[in-house]
Design a protein around this ligand. Structure first.
Ligand code: NAP
Ligand code: MG
Length: 453
């Protein structure tokens, strides 16, 4: 059994990828159990060195990985290069962790009490198609650093960079079986990660619907799970903001990766007194957004991932009040022009995740109204606040129920800072200083020091 990959910018099939069975997963997990025992017993500095070596090999293959992502996912080459470089940086960052996973020494009577951060063993990581390389690395780098083995399932649509990263890990000298990439469907391979007794933790990134199912399966196995799910993030623009800057930055915040970004600011909330002026400034910025061949250096946005996904995105625009649109190439790729629509809070386009280059614009009356509207969603992943008023920036950033916010910026992802969602956007956090610890369980040991009589 195999799966056919299609170049999203041309619609052309170009490669077959095997589909693993549940028995294949079981064999991989058995190898991983073995590899993990040896890995965890290595000196911390040896594990750190191995991860740094992996990072250097990834750095040496940035252009190759980027070219694979252009072909497989239609990411603009400049973005794809950033993504591959980010993987190396994430590995370098967590290469510091094996030597820094310190436990505690707690004062107790009659002896010494010490805690250890013990690895889970084998960690299963399930990755979506929108950012195949980066999201994979947010799981595997800290998991390996903490002494675990990893089995990783890329999305069927976009397995190529993950497969290559698996090969590069071996080239870099990581032990056989420690980091295995298994291609196949979510219902078979992903579900086997959930049900296999030797996979002791699951990291899932994808839709809220599947995430709930994965969490329910993990609950039955008493298995911890990290969930990174969907979003409907707000870009809140106050009248006192630098409107030119806010308007110039807004397209990138939602059209980057053709809107196939869980952090996409897909609702722009604008204070009523600045509403007309902001739209006047937004229109030329949207029209100037460069959509085209992802292999070109200057391209800002490529196609959508698949024909089916384009249909789903288009269904949100049918019947919506379109304000203005950017451009997109003709041809057989899965193109969709950046689209700005007017919306009311109860409209489908203002409530559901589109996961495409479509943004809903809504007016608000005052600060309290802005916070209420921003929170009027089941999601709570990211968001932005544009204001020149410091007190307001503090109040609104504390008032919005989202895991990752930025003020006068749209930056959400830095490997050194925590990332993850509230409400239906997820459970747990990835990245940041504590991520390696999240791949361990605390063991508490009391050593009696009283002489026995
Ligand atoms: P998806 O359908 O939930 O799939 C995500 C991954 O789960 C894929 O590898 C998929 O495999 C696998 N999967 C599917 N059904 C499964 C099951 N029953 N058990 C175990 N695994 C299963 O999501 P998607 O369509 O790929 O991605 C789009 C969604 O992901 C959006 O809603 C987006 O917001 C969300 N997302 C969130 C974040 C975040 O960090 N919060 C990041 C990226 C994406 P196959 O597809 O190969 O069958
Ligand atoms: Mg899916």
């Amino acid at each position: 059994m195999s799966f056919t990959l299609i170049d999203p910018s041309t619609g052309t099939p170009f490669q077959e990828v095997p589909r693993a069975s549940a028995a294949d997963v079981d064999a991989a997990v058995a190898r991983a159990v073995d590899a993990q025992r040896h890995w965890a017993s290595r000196a911390p500095v040896a594990r750190a060195d191995a991860l740094r070596a992996f990072a250097r090999v990834v750095e040496a293959h940035v252009d190759e990985l980027a070219a694979l992502e252009v072909r497989n996912s239609g990411h603009p080459v400049a973005s794809a290069r950033w993504e591959a470089t980010h993987v190396a940086q994430v590995l370098n960052f967590y290469a510091g962790a094996p030597e820094r996973l310190s436990g505690q020494q707690i004062p107790v009577a009659g002896g010494i009490d010490v805690t250890f951060h013990e690895p889970y063993g084998v960690v299963g990581i399930i990755v979506p198609w929108n950012f195949p390389m980066t999201i994979a690395s947010w799981g595997f780098a800290p998991a390996l650093a903490a002494g675990n083995a990893v089995v990783l399932k890329p999305a069927e649509l976009t397995p190529l960079t993950a497969l290559r990263l698996g090969e590069l890990a071996s080239e870099a000298g990581l032990p056989d079986g420690l980091f295995q990439v298994i291609t196949g469907s979510g219902s078979v391979v992903g579900q086997r990660f959930v049900s296999h007794p030797d996979v002791r933790k699951v990291v899932f990134t994808g839709s809220t619907e599947v995430g709930i199912d994965v969490a329910a399966g993990c609950a039955r196995m008493l298995k911890p799970v990290t969930l990174e799910l969907g979003g409907k993030s707000a870009n809140i623009v106050f009248a006192d903001a630098d409107l030119e800057k806010a308007a110039a930055a807004a397209p990138g915040a939602v059209f980057d990766n053709a809107g196939q970004d869980c952090c996409a600011r897909s609702r722009i909330l604008v204070e009523r007194s600045a509403y007309d002026r902001f739209l006047e400034l937004l229109e030329p910025a949207v029209r100037a957004w460069r959509v085209g061949d992802p292999a070109h250096e200057s391209t800002e946005m490529g196609p959508l991932i698949s024909a089916a996904h384009r249909e789903s995105v288009a269904s949100f625009v049918a019947g919506a009040r379109v304000a203005f649109r950017g451009s997109a190439p003709d041809g057989d790729g899965f193109w969709f022009a950046p689209t700005v629509v007017f919306a009311d809070p109860q409209d489908r386009i203002a409530r559901e995740e589109v996961f495409g280059p479509v943004v809903a614009v809504l007016p608000f009356d005052d600060e309290a109204d802005a916070i209420r509207l921003a929170n009027d969603t089941v999601y709570g992943l990211a968001g932005s606040i544009w204001t020149e008023n410091l007190g307001r920036a503090v109040r609104v950033s504390r008032g919005v129920r989202s895991g990752v916010l930025s003020v006068n910026s749209h930056a959400s992802v830095r490997y050194s800072t925590p990332f993850g969602g509230m409400k239906a956007s997820g459970l747990g956090r990835e990245l940041g200083p504590d991520a390696a610890e999240h791949f361990t369980e605390t063991k508490n040991v009391f050593y009696a020091t009283e002489e026995s009589s």
